[in-house]
Every structure is written in C-alpha cells, then in structure tokens.
Design a binder for this molecule. Structure first.
Ligand code: ATP
Length: 365
C-alpha cells in the first residue's frame, strides 16, 4: 500500500484496515486478497456461509495468524505486513470468542484484571468495579466462571474486552452459545455498551438477522473475499447477487425470459436493465415484497394466484400461493403479510409487488 500525506488522516480515522490479505492453511486458500476497513466507533459484521474465511479474517486482525501476504493497520499504524508483525498482546484489542475463553481458575475480578495488570492497583480496581457495573454483574466479582450462566460469562468476556480501553473489539460468533431469549438480551446489551464506549468492533456471524441487528455496516464474504459491503439496508434492498439477496432471508425464485426489456413471469412483467431480449434471467422477490389485493374470483392470467394455505406466525402471516390455476404455469410463492391474515384456501388474489424487493439477475451458467 502506498501511503501519502493525503491518506494518513483517513487511515488514522480507521480503527482497522486489512489490505490485500492472502492467507492459506496448507493448500486451502482461506483469504484471497481480502480488503476491509473499520472506521473508529463503527460496528462491522462479517457475514457469510461456513468456511468462507470469516474467522480467519478476524484471527489475522487479532494477530493470531500471520498473513501470507498483505498488510494490517491499526489507526494508521502498520501491525502486520512486510517485516512487521505485532502479536495480539501488542495490538490493544479486546477479544470475545464464542466459548467466552474466561480463565477458569481466576475469579471474575481477576479475569477482568488480567488485561490491565500493568495499571496501578487502585486504577485497576476502579475499572473492574465500573466494568462489572456496566454489564450488570457487580455482585459476581468474587465468583468463578463455572458459577455463572452462559449469558453471564458472555457479559464478563465483554467487560474484560472493554476494560483495556481497546480501540477495537474483535468478536467471533459471540452470542451463538446462548439460547434465543438470552441471545436477544445480551446482544442488545452488547450493542449499547459498544456504542456508549465508542469502541469499533468487527464481529463474525453467519446469522443475517444478527448482523442487521448489530452492524453499522455488513461485509458479506464468500470464498475468501468480500463480495459486498454496505449498510444493512443497502445489502437488503440492493444486493449485488442472488446469493447475497438469499442470505438476507427467504426469497421467491422465478426463472423468466426477457421480452421487450421486461422479464415475463406468471406474476406479470418485471422491468429489467441491461438484459437482451431472449435472455434467461432469475427473478427474486422477497415474500414481504408481495402483497395481496382483492379481485374477482374468476380472474385469470398473469398477476393472479390462488391461496394454498395461510399461517399466522405472530407478527406476520405467511401465505402459500400457486399461479397454476390462474396463469397455467405452476409457480409456488410465499407472501409475508403483516399481522393476522385469514382467508379460505383456494381464494384468488391479485399480486402486487414492491419494486424495492424485486431483483433480476443473470442466470448462473
Ligand atoms: P465457520 O462459519 O464455519 O466458522 P468461517 O467462515 O469462519 O467458517 P474459517 O474458519 O475462516 O471460515 O475457515 C476458512 C477455510 O480455512 C475453511 O476451508 C477451513 O476449513 C479452513 N481452515 C480454517 N482453519 C484451519 C486450520 N487451522 N487448518 C486448516 N484449515 C483451516
């Protein structure tokens, strides 16, 4: 990376930069020219399927792996690359892992004190008291980790990571060991604490909803590379590929052909850009992008569908539809409508589409 005076300030505003990182385990290339930047105070989630390289990227950032090539910068300072390599203890990072990684033989107080041993004892004590208070665990300082629940241990792991006043917190699937209810509570608490401390964080998850909950920006990884990075709504409403669209929730897939610039589907014509007539495309519609409008029960043709079943799921209802009886083409669709949707099976509805939730991609060859 060529550093000049113009980008020194930018780099200092970045808590972390991974530049052109390659990393292999034997002949397995886990990271391929990976680039990512985390700004000061920003929470970024690395999201992607199993084996795409998320944990490896986090380990490279932490200094737990020395990359084969590429550079790592913390607030503009090179910590890995060329002949430089700072080990984890010299990077001023807080680490939070899936298994919490608390020292079992140390009390909670001593676990938190571990990373700040170099501070004067009084200051260290004050930080411990403040951090335990922050995570709502003030009464547990003299307990040992095995005496705490998973959620409590997770809060201590976060307190330990933040106690060092680290400019960067690295978290690997930090909530995956918790049951659903506790997970919601702990991740809410974690986000509040990160924002209160203004700490930058890079968090690994394979759960898109969790990434949307936590992240200022999400980086989607596939096969060792970042395939798209942006705010949660950029990724949700402007996915670059069908794979990314699908990662953010269930979708309806329809194969279609382009005619006069529009994809011809049993739901009607869908505008396309950059496709030639006669080209096969993949149309993706999110279930929440479909709505159902009353229509005469004798309606036929494209744009209508019959209800196969509807199920109330709490905040929304999922309606199973088929276009067979109306258009003659058998396409099964899901529509997600808010609240309780009750109707008789077999009823015909006109389908309306929210353009922001309809995407047209080339068919993969
Ligand atoms: P998961 O979500 O399943 O944890 P991930 O996206 O975090 O996956 P990594 O753990 O970074 O992916 O692994 C990336 C690739 O490197 C995978 O093919 C994995 O099998 C391989 N890999 C990871 N760690 C090692 C290792 N210590 N030795 C050999 N191969 C490894």
């Amino acid at each position: 990376m060529i550093v000049n005076n113009n980008n020194i300030n930018d780099m200092q505003n970045n808590a972390l930069e991974l530049c052109q990182i390659n990393h292999s385990y034997g002949n397995i290339a886990a990271l391929k020219r990976l680039n990512i930047t985390i700004r000061q105070g920003e929470v970024v989630c690395l999201l992607g399927p199993s084996g795409c390289g998320k944990t490896t990227a986090l380990r490279v950032a932490a200094g737990l792996e020395m990359p084969n090539s590429g550079e790592v910068f913390f607030a503009g300072k090179k910590v890995a690359g060329d002949d430089v390599f700072f080990p984890p203890e010299q990077r001023n990072i807080g680490l939070v892992f899936q298994d919490y990684a608390l020292f079992p033989h140390l009390t909670i107080n001593d676990n938190i004190a571990f990373g700040i041993k170099n501070l004067p004892s009084k200051q260290c004590q004050k930080i411990i008291i403040d951090m335990l208070d922050e995570v709502g665990m003030s009464e547990y300082g003299n307990h040992y980790p095995h005496m705490l629940s998973g959620g409590q241990q997770q809060r201590i792991a976060l307190a330990r990571a933040l106690a060092r006043n680290s400019s960067l917190i690295l978290m690997d699937e930090p909530f995956s060991g918790l049951d659903a209810r506790l997970r919601d509570k702990i991740r809410d608490n974690t986000l509040h604490i990160l924002k209160k401390f203004g700490a930058a964080a890079l968090m690994v998850t394979h759960d898109a909803e969790e990434a949307m909950y936590m992240a200022d920006r999400i980086a989607v990884m596939l096969d060792g590379k970042i395939v798209q990075i942006g705010t949660p709504d950029e990724l949700y409403f402007k996915p670059k590929t069908a794979f990314i669209a699908e990662f953010f929730g269930e979708i309806n897939h329809i194969s279609a052909m382009v005619k006069n610039g529009k994809a011809e589907t049993p739901l009607g014509q869908i505008n396309t850009i950059d496709f030639n007539d006669g080209e096969l495309v993949e149309v993706i519609i999110r279930p929440e992008g479909l709505s159902l409008e009353d229509c005469p029960q004798s309606s036929t043709g494209n744009g209508y569908a019959t209800v196969l079943a509807s199920r109330f799921l709490g905040r929304t209802s999922l309606v199973h539809l088929c276009t067979c009886a109306t258009s003659g083409i058998e396409t099964h669709l899901h529509a997600r409508v808010s609240g309780k949707f009750k109707c008789d099976d077999g009823r015909i509805f006109k389908l309306a589409m929210d353009d922001r939730q309809v995407f047209v991609f080339p068919v993969k060859k």
